[in-house]
Design a protein around this ligand. Structure first.
Ligand SMILES: Cc1cc2nc3c(=O)[nH]c(=O)nc-3n(C[C@H](O)[C@H](O)[C@H](O)COP(=O)(O)OP(=O)(O)OC[C@H]3O[C@@H](n4cnc5c(N)ncnc54)[C@H](O)[C@@H]3O)c2cc1C
Length: 596
């Protein structure tokens, strides 16, 4: 049975010493989130995750969700009790707006908490994550009446939310969407059509489910410009939130799937269901982007979370499992064999995982902090810069974290040898659960295209220039610091690779877009590596500064070794990515489709 300890100290170290979040105490909600409060909140979240959610992870995988003849869905045993605890603790709305019953705490705290929750039980955590996306979307685009009716119940966790984009014939290409919305005399719409793969579409955890549905108003233009967004509640609420009649939306079936068995993936049938327009007609994709961006960051976080929990279990196993002798001579001659942690190949895998996890935590919390600044700062220029950062880094985090996170669950499984392949130790579940994060919320290939095709050139490349200038400015500042050169030199080389790749696209992809498409995934991965390497520099700066104060000890040394490992063993891949990008699309696209 896998175990999990939430990395509370590591998270507090990132927040307080690497990101210095106290600098932003002028932002609403930040002054309340003192280091003591953050420590207390994360400590409580850790207890919930370790004691309640972790033990349910295997149960959820084994038992799965059940679809019944009346269309209802039951979640695995124990999920409802755990959900009630989540609601009772006020965990769902920790960062939600105070005026609708949330606690208004910075989003970085919610992201930190969600890291722990996904590590403990990703399938369970998805139910409430979708509600957070619905909250953000209704808050940003809904009418005052919609906010008053839906937000308090979503924020408390009494109701949950879903996002309904995918249809049987289209997931990525939403321009083909067929779901219809017919206007009614009272201002509402009747929604008809089928949505598939809808996470948490039906379940027994909440008294109501608020579906956010993309549909085409009768007579609307074809393509993405004719899509609108609707609120379609499972049960129609009165203005005071009391529940009325059942709406004509139902779950036709749930999918049998590779992982996340505890989360119901539903076929949803809308049979003239009553819905209300959110935002302007035909601007549905624009409004839904609020939910998709929140979800993309959240899915990127899943990559880190599963890598972290898989790593923790792999370390424990590597210290116990006896096999062979250390190449440098027996380390435990009194035992039948040395523990496998003495072997360089096992160390390679453990270091690969940990050097990703720690830098990834810093990067996702930094990005969440920028998200807070983008929403809460009074300074428009600060808001704009933070928003640019979010836009640029969201596809990077979604794509690079989920690829590396999945690869790390495979490494952890490998450390268990044959015991990783059988179900007993739970390692194969992490592999299965992690795989979906590369596919949903926009498959990773599409994230890469978003990065290369839209984000690089957006606003004349302003976000990209700001990122390059921040990293190169940092390297320049440390030029004379010999002690840091083992980190800043490789970072400089990798940044140069990334800059060359960006320039190559500018020169070679405008006339031939296939060149961008063929290199986009490499670009996304190299961007992720550069951003993670930059995080390692900031982490080492932080431990050095801390060492001056309290002696630092083992942790300072650990971090420096991990940073060096990342620079020596992970970051050089940017050179390969650059070579692939510069090879262009010729060999990739040369064969006609009939040759395959
Ligand atoms: C378990 C699970 C949960 C899900 N939850 C939800 C949910 O809650 N709500 C929801 O709406 N959807 C959900 N989805 C759907 C998911 O988001 C889609 O499956 C995903 O976006 C991909 O769409 P698709 O499956 O139609 O693949 P397609 O769009 O058919 O894509 C197939 C492949 O082609 C690639 N591709 C497509 N277009 C392009 C292009 N222009 N250029 C290059 N490559 C391209 C894709 O990257 C992918 O690799 C879920 C799916 C699963 C499996």
């Amino acid at each position: 049975m896998p175990t999990y300890r939430a990395p509370v100290d590591e998270t507090l170290f990132v927040l307080n010493d690497v990101l210095h979040v106290a600098r932003y105490n002028n932002l609403p909600g930040f002054a309340e989130a003192t280091p003591d409060l953050a420590a207390a909140v994360l400590g409580e979240a850790a207890k919930l995750c370790e004691d309640v959610l972790t033990p349910l992870n295997r149960v959820g995988d084994k038992e799965g969700c059940k679809h019944h003849a009346d269309g209802s869905v039951t979640t695995p045993p124990g999920f409802k009790d755990a959900y009630n605890k989540l609601v009772a603790g006020g965990w769902v709305g920790a960062s939600a707006p105070v005026e609708f019953g949330g606690q208004g705490l910075p989003m970085f705290l919610t992201v930190a908490i969600r890291e722990f929750m996904y590590s403990s039980n990703i399938a369970f955590t998805m139910y409430s994550s979708l509600a957070l996306g619905a909250v953000a979307t209704i808050y940003d685009h809904g009418s005052e009446e919609q906010k008053a009716r839906y937000l308090p119940k979503l924020i408390s966790g009494e109701w949950s939310g879903t996002m309904n984009l995918t249809e049987p014939h289209c997931g990525t290409d939403l321009g083909q969407l067929r779901c219809r919305a017919t206007p009614q005399a009272d201002g509402s719409y009747r929604i008809s059509g089928t949505k598939i793969f809808i996470s948490a579409g039906e379940h027994d955890l909440t008294s109501n489910i608020v579906h956010l549905v993309l549909a085409r108003i009768d007579g609307a233009p074809a393509g993405t410009k004719g899509i609108s967004l609707f609120i379609v509640p499972k049960i129609l609420p009165a203005a005071d939130g009391t529940l009325g009649a059942r709406n004509t939306v139902s779950c036709g079936s749930i999918e049998q799937k590779m992982g996340i068995h505890g989360n119901a993936t539903c076929v949803m049938n809308y049979d003239g269901a009553i819905g209300w327009l959110v935002g302007a007609p035909h601007r549905g994709l624009y409004a839904m982007f609020t939910m998709m961006n929140a979800a993309r960051l959240s899915v990127g976080l899943q990559g880190l979370s599963l890598s972290e929990v898989a790593y923790q279990n792999a370390v424990a196993y590597a210290k116990e499992r006896l096999a062979g002798r250390a190449l440098s001579g027996a380390k435990f001659p009194d035992k039948a064999a040395d523990p496998i942690i003495v072997h360089p190949d096992i160390r390679r895998m453990l270091m690969t995982m940990r050097s990703f996890n720690e830098a990834a935590r810093a990067l996702v919390l930094w990005t969440a902090l920028r998200g807070d600044i983008a929403r809460r700062s009074a300074d428009p220029r600060e808001r704009e810069a933070a928003d640019d950062h979010m836009g640029l880094l969201t596809p990077v985090i979604k794509g690079a974290f989920t690829e590396l996170g999945f690869a790390n669950t495979v490494l952890a499984q490998q450390i268990f040898g044959g015991h990783g392949y059988i179900a007993e130790h739970g390692m194969e579940q992490f592999v299965r659960d992690a795989r979906i994060s590369m596919i949903y919320e926009g498959a990773n290939g599409v994230q890469a295209l978003d990065l290369v095709g839209r984000k690089l050139s957006k606003d004349g490349g302003r976000a990209l220039r700001a990122f390059f200038s921040e990293v190169s400015g940092y390297i320049k500042e440390r030029e004379a610091d010999d002690a840091m050169s083992a980190l800043t030199k490789p970072l400089g080389n990798a940044l140069s690779d990334l800059q060359q790749a960006s320039l190559w696209f500018a020169q070679n992809a405008l006339g031939r877009p296939d060149n961008a498409g063929a290199g986009a995934t490499d670009y996304m991965q190299m961007f992720g590596l550069v951003a993670l390497a930059y995080m390692w520099c900031l982490i080492v700066d932080a431990v050095k500064a801390k060492a001056l104060g309290d002696g630092g000890g083992m942790r300072a040394n650990d971090k420096q070794v991990l940073a060096r490992f990342f620079m020596e063993r992970m970051l050089p891949a940017t050179a390969t990515h650059l070579m692939r990008i510069k090879a262009g699309a010729d060999s990739t696209m040369a064969l006609p489709a009939e040759s395959f």
